[in-house]
Ligand binder design. Structure first.
Ligand code: ADP
Length: 543
């Protein structure tokens, strides 16, 4: 017997058509370089995305051709998010925070054919222009400056419109976009998303048990659109007719809070370092901002410290913790309490909310040590492996290595975790960051989480330093809050009741800022370069 259901492809065309047809009045608000706010209706967005698709097709774009973007988050990037895939092209978002040399490597590796670039990013483009070979470079004028000679002007490019544009036949397995891993721990690798994987992932993000965006909510897309599809938000928000707000090039806490207040944002997503800045600004002037009651901030990309979650709660703002990676589209897990766990005491609820959570629907997850699943005892550590319809099964033009994929086809994430009896996963470290002391593992994330709970500590990162007897020992790099002080002894005292004695860092380094990678995460490789041979003389010993 066969099912009677239609064989209907899951493609982005449906998302775009739904947005244009049913939500033409919804607004898209973008911060421009001069700080003014640009407003576009979904109706205009729909016409312009189709006009872009038509223009690319006229320019000779063939199925599967890569169209790179070098852009901040704004309306034109959203147009490219849809206009490129519905013309059967592949949207390749370039991470503008990478070194120009690295961007050039990625462009050439992906064999990008066209580039759409913000005018304010042309100086960055000039730094790698001689190393790449785009057929057309299309400039989005965010400032009033004219488009320089030799480039296409985006408005002129799409001016003929797309009324007569007909969608090419797209198979749901056709590629839709690509993104390179941010390279925190190694060379960037290309992940290629399909229409099907993107649609399934986006719908999953929209579930109330995952991120869930109720209609009527305004969503501030802070996750850079050049990084893992801004966590899928632009796709699902558009399909659901959600009002979208984009920060343009402004990521400082003041600008973010200003947008949240002006547009009455209900939901936003970003990395912990971003929220730390916002929290500090709010704590400095708690009465200054009139934010929407019930504001929810999705946090992921690195672990959300419990102290931050508690501090936001005190301000009436909820943090929702999620985990994922470029290879997982990215949503792999989300930490929402099962209803029966709502009854637990406050400390227990926090202990679960700071975990990375339960696997998203359709994501199979196992935590493996010595080729076996670890027991769900919340303490045996192993590596997270995942598989599912929006998990990458390989890398572009790169042979799959056993380090990245198990013999039975699961993605090895490189994240070390424990799992509890309810199925919640807690990441204790990245395999490259975990501290191996005397044959046992120390979780740098746990130490950081506790240290960031100290009232004087703004940021903490813990790395392994070589030790003649124990192999490795932890060293903590600390940024104190302005005007606050703490000695190594005081920090050790603070940690002592919380962790086993042998976990206590051997040394503390105080610094002004922790180096960050291109996506705002602490760059531990850089810290290892700086302090990996042990603490400099300015550091303190304790323990
Ligand atoms: P990169 O691997 O270069 O950092 P990704 O952006 O793909 O690039 O990062 C994915 C990694 O980020 C995960 O493997 C994990 O180590 C880390 N990560 C993401 N979300 C979380 C989280 N909520 N808690 C802890 N680590 C996280």
């Amino acid at each position: 017997m066969r099912s009677t259901m239609m064989d209907y492809p899951l493609t982005l065309v449906r998302f775009l058509e739904r947005a244009g047809r049913y939500f033409p009045d919804t607004e898209i608000v973008s911060r421009m370089p001069d700080k003014s706010l640009h407003r576009e209706s979904y109706g205009d967005f729909y016409r312009r995305a189709r006009a872009l698709a038509a223009a690319l097709t006229r320019a000779g774009l063939k199925k599967g051709d890569r169209v790179a973007t070098l852009m901040w988050n704004h309306y034109a990037h959203l147009e490219a998010y849809f206009g490129v895939p519905v013309s059967a092209g592949v949207l390749h978002t370039l991470n503008l925070r990478l070194h120009p040399q690295e961007i050039a490597y990625i462009v050439n590796h992906a064999e990008d054919r066209f580039l759409i670039v913000d005018d304010i990013l042309l100086p960055l483009y000039e730094q790698f222009r001689s190393q790449v070979n785009f057929e057309r470079v299309i400039v989005v004028r965010l400032t009033g400056n004219p488009t320089p000679d030799g480039f296409d002007d985006y408005e002129k490019f799409i001016a003929p419109g797309g009324d007569a544009f007909t969608y090419p036949t797209i198979d749901e397995k056709d590629p839709l976009g690509m993104c390179y891993t941010s390279g925190t721990t190694g060379k960037p690798l290309g992940v290629v998303y399909s229409h099907r994987s993107t649609v399934l992932h986006a719908m999953n993000v929209g579930l109330a048990d995952a991120i869930g965006t109720p209609s009527g909510t305004t969503y501030l897309t802070l996750v850079p659109m050049f990084h893992v599809n801004a966590w899928g938000a632009p796709y699902i928000n558009t399909a659901l007719g959600i009002k979208q707000v984009f920060p343009g090039p402004y990521y400082d806490a003041e600008s973010i809070l200003d947008l949240m207040e002006r547009e009455q944002v209900g939901l936003a997503a970003g990395v912990p370092t971003l929220w730390m800045g916002v929290l500090q600004a709010l704590e400095r002037e708690p009465k200054r901002w009139r934010l929407l009651p019930g504001l929810t901030l999705v946090v992921g990309g690195s672990a959300a410290p419990e102290a931050m979650m508690r501090a936001f709660d005190r301000l009436g703002i909820t943090l929702l913790h999620a985990w994922g990676m470029t290879e997982t589209s990215p949503m792999g897990t989300v930490s929402r309490l099962k209803p029966k766990l709502e009854k637990l005491g406050e400390d227990q609820r926090y202990a679960i909310r700071v975990k990375q959570g339960l696997p998203a629907l359709l994501v199979e997850l196992r935590v493996m040590a010595n080729d076996k699943e670890v027991p769900p005892d919340d303490q045996t550590m192993g590596e997270i492996e995942v598989r599912g319809p929006f998990i990458s099964g390989g890398y572009y033009k790169t042979a799959p290595s056993p380090e990245k994929f198990s013999p039975d086809g699961w993605l090895r994430t490189g994240d070390i975790a424990v799992v509890d009896a309810e199925g919640y996963v807690k990441i204790v470290d990245r395999s490259k960051d975990v501290i191996k002391s005397g044959g046992e593992w120390i979780s740098s994330l746990d130490l950081e989480n506790f240290l960031m709970g100290h009232p004087a500590v703004a940021e903490a990162a813990v790395i392994a330093v070589p030790h003649p007897k124990w192999d490795e020992r932890p060293l903590a790099v600390i940024v104190l809050k302005p005007g606050q002080s703490a000695t190594p002894e005081q920090l050790a005292e603070f940690l002592r009741p919380k962790v086993p004695k042998w976990w206590l860092p051997d040394a503390y380094v105080f610094t002004d800022a922790i180096p960050r990678g291109s996506t705002g995460k602490f760059l531990k490789s850089r810290l290892r370069d700086l302090y990996g041979k042990g603490a400099p003389s300015a550091a303190g010993k304790a323990g």
